[in-house]
Write a protein that binds this ligand. Structure first.
Ligand code: NAD
Length: 291
């Protein structure tokens, strides 16, 4: 029986600390931190994610400004809104929920966000800081959440063989850079990887971020490995991950559940990044949270 890496419980603890820190600022007369959230269209999963993020903000005292634009919004209109938010002193973070409708150029939108407010960490300036191990950038939320979760449970990354399955822009790629930053030996697998099992069996820490339900079976996992499941899929109305949890948990030293593992940590990392953006403006204020 393995250790369950409980992202929900850890998130509760960190969010409590964030709440106290925000209260500490506002009690001194500073305005509350604020996050602008933009959703374009009616994608049901995106609506759920945006709702969760906004609720989490409100609970810790971060003001969330919500901009819900219709599916057929013109790119220029979205860029105009981002420009306004970029220059609004009262806005600390800007989050554009992805994916965007096909007629909008996602790269152009990401490039238009002020890197100082890019709390998702997708702007090339922040991605570049991740490559360069420059502390003052924003690390994308899912990789940051995983890093904090591993650290909390005392899982050493340095010198370990970390195998990441999935090379997506939001999770796999930035996570591979963060794990290199933490001095792991990193392998990144993807849909064109020839023999996936050969790689996953080498992993001291196996992280799967593909969105393919039950891709990772017990015979693909080394005894005593740490398994992190990023995937979120719906199978017969139930949320499941990339990992065959029930069987793999018997073999792993530690494992994240889905739901309740990486998901809440991703939202917590967003709160951490928003607070970081806010504190830059009030840099003379002391901080207790320093991920
Ligand atoms: P993506 O589509 O950008 O990337 C998927 C990656 O998986 C690609 O590199 C692809 O080559 C690889 N892949 C697909 N099938 C594969 C297979 N059979 N074998 C090996 N590799 C395979 O997706 P993404 O945005 O990185 O998201 C991945 C998953 O993580 C999704 O389920 C998404 O919902 C989930 N996600 C979860 C959180 C969270 O907070 N828990 C956050 C972001 C994304």
């Amino acid at each position: 029986m393995s250790v369950i890496l409980d992202g929900k419980a850890l998130s509760r603890k960190i969010r409590e600390e964030i709440k106290k820190e925000v209260e500490n600022f506002t009690s001194k007369g500073f305005r509350a931190p604020s996050l602008a959230v933009i959703l374009v269209g009616e994608d049901p999963a995106s609506k759920v994610y945006v709702n969760n993020k906004r609720k989490a903000c409100e609970k810790v005292g971060i003001k969330s400004l919500f901009y819900h634009l219709s599916e057929n919004t013109e790119e220029e209109k979205l860029l105009g809104l981002i420009y306004e938010l970029n220059t609004n002193e009262e806005v600390d973070g800007i989050l554009v929920q992805l994916p965007l409708p096909k007629h909008i150029d996602q790269t152009k939108v990401i490039l238009s966000i002020n890197p100082e407010k890019d709390v998702d960490g997708f702007h090339p300036e922040n991605m570049g800081k991740l490559v360069g191990q420059i502390e003052d950038g924003f690390i994308p939320c899912t990789p940051l959440g995983i890093d904090i979760l591993l650290k909390h449970y005392g899982i050493e990354v340095q010198g370990k063989d970390v195998v990441i399955v999935g090379a997506g822009f939001i999770v796999g790629r930035p996570l591979s850079l963060l794990m290199l930053w933490r001095n792991a030996t990193v392998t990144v697998c993807h849909i064109y990887t020839k023999d996936l099992k050969k790689h996953t069996l080498q992993a001291d820490i196996l992280i799967s971020a593909t969105g393919v339900p039950y891709l990772i079976k017990e015979d693909m996992v080394k005894d005593g490995a740490v398994v992190v499941d990023v995937g979120i899929s719906k199978v017969n109305g139930k949320i499941v991950g990339d990992v065959d949890f029930e069987k793999v948990k018997e073999k792993a030293y530690a494992i994240t559940p889905v739901p309740g593992g990486v998901g809440p940590m991703t939202v917590t990392a967003l709160l951490i990044n928003t607070l970081k953006a806010y504190k830059r403006k009030f840099s003379h204020l002391s901080s207790t949270i320093n991920p």
